[in-house]
Design a protein around this ligand. Structure first.
Ligand code: BJW
Length: 256
């Protein structure tokens, strides 16, 4: 079915979209994904890098991995998929973006309502005091050999401000993500493998709430079976077409 026919079938008087986003959206910006072809977990074990235990055991290795990613990020720019979500928001159709990505590219694309549910790679914080700093500059991210001790309490090595496996998501962010999900009538699930909890449960909540789910991915995922429509292909191509059409459709609704 083409997008125009899908939209004609939508029985809504107002469009309220929530987007759940994963690493696939930033692939065209040069950021590697975690799983799948070329995924980082093909070369590294998640348990060696993205857990509090891994950081306690070998902070140097963990920091090296984050520095390598930061070097890529410093060159990265938002792509047409990020921009498509910003256009939805400018048109008043978006409740917000719930992103699992830590790269900050939605903000650079000038989206405003964003929940960075797995944190922000561009910041580092101390686990024992409230110190937090940005480290996304050439000067800070290229200092390879030094482990960054907290300049405030000096007790601890500061860590990237991200959520690792086995850590709780910030409850405020999670509660807001659930609220946005329950207030939406359309959910876009974009470039995520849909395997990491608890974000993987948001499409289930949407389904139980009779929200229409549109998935954008290059391959099937566990979300595919509960999606109303899966649009397969690179989202930097498929999402701008979809958002253009839904913006036209919504203007039609408003003009009766
Ligand atoms: C395209 C495309 C294109 C490509 N266009 N598409 C056993 C022990 C301990 C914990 C657990 C356990 N069992 C379950 C858990 C809970 C755990 C979990 O879910 N684990 C599963 C993996 C099994 N979750 C947690 O621990 C979470 N906390 C929690 O649940 O607290 C309560 C609790 C604690 C302890 C025990 C039990 C409960 C925290 C999760 C934190 C995840 N952190 C990471 C790292 C963030 C920091 C960093 O970036 O360094 O977040 S892991 C990584 O996965 C990252 C991502 O945000 C997340 C999701 O990945 P995402 O975005 O879906 O990317 P990919 O790579 O998986 O998929 C990319 C997709 O794009 C693919 O589908 C491609 O096809 C597609 N694609 N190009 C469109 N151009």
């Amino acid at each position: 079915m083409d997008i125009d026919s899908i939209l004609k079938e939508l029985d809504v008087s107002e469009i309220k979209i929530v987007s759940v986003v994963g690493a696939g959206i930033s692939k065209a910006s040069g950021m590697p994904t975690f799983r799948g072809e070329d995924g980082m977990w093909n070369n590294y074990r998640a348990t060696d890098l993205a857990t509090p235990f891994a950081f306690q055991r070998d902070p140097k290795i963990v920091w090296e991995w984050y520095r390598a990613r930061m070097r890529i990020l410093l060159e990265a720019k938002p792509n047409p998929a990020h921009e498509a979500l910003t256009n939805l928001e400018k048109e008043g159709l978006s409740i917000g973006i719930i992103t699992q990505n830590v790269d900050g590219l939605h903000e650079i694309a000038e989206s405003k309502n964003i929940i960075e549910i797995h944190g922000r790679i561009r910041y580092a914080r101390c686990n024992s005091c409230d110190y937090i700093e940005r480290w996304d500059s050439e000067e800070k991210s290229l200092k390879d050999r030094e482990l960054p001790y907290c300049p405030n309490c000096k007790n601890q090595i500061i860590r990237p401000d991200v959520v690792w496996f086995g850590e709780q998501l910030a409850s405020q962010r999670w509660n807001k993500a659930v609220e946005w999900t329950l207030n939406a009538n359309i959910m876009l699930v974009i470039g995520t493998s849909g395997v990491v909890a608890p974000v993987s449960s948001l499409p289930d909540f949407a389904k139980q709430n009779n929200t229409k789910i549109f998935e954008f991915n290059i391959e099937e995922t566990p979300i595919t079976s509960i999606s109303d429509h899966s649009i397969f292909g690179p989202c930097e191509k498929t999402l701008p077409t979809f958002t253009r059409k839904i913006i036209e459709f919504s203007r039609g609704l408003k003009n009766g």
